[in-house]
Ligand binder design. Structure first.
Ligand code: SF4
Ligand code: SF4
Length: 76
């Protein structure tokens, strides 16, 4: 897959909005507490992610990002 999905567990406040908008039920709330004292979202089923960006757009704390994977071989 050419993209990677990242959740910043320091920014995440565990509000669950991303979970409600995900069409593939990728996300769940962790049972591990973050350094800020919240239970952050995590990718429970990352293999189902279609990189639609709905969770990134919805997150009020801008804790989710999708980045392109630069894993293509160097053509030099
Ligand atoms: S990018 Fe889309 S499919 Fe992937 S976790 Fe976010 S809302 Fe779900
Ligand atoms: S919407 Fe953002 S702050 Fe809320 S649980 Fe998801 S990642 Fe965390």
């Amino acid at each position: 897959m050419a993209f990677k999905h990242i959740i910043d567990t320091v920014r995440c406040k565990g509000c669950g909005l991303c979970i409600t908008v995900c069409p593939k039920e990728v996300l769940e709330i962790s049972d591990k507490i973050s350094t800020k004292g919240y239970f952050p979202a995590y990718q429970a089923h990352p293999e189902n992610c279609i990189f639609c960006t709905a969770c990134c757009i919805m997150c009020p704390d801008v804790a989710i990002s999708i980045e392109k994977n630069d894993d293509e071989p160097d053509k030099t």
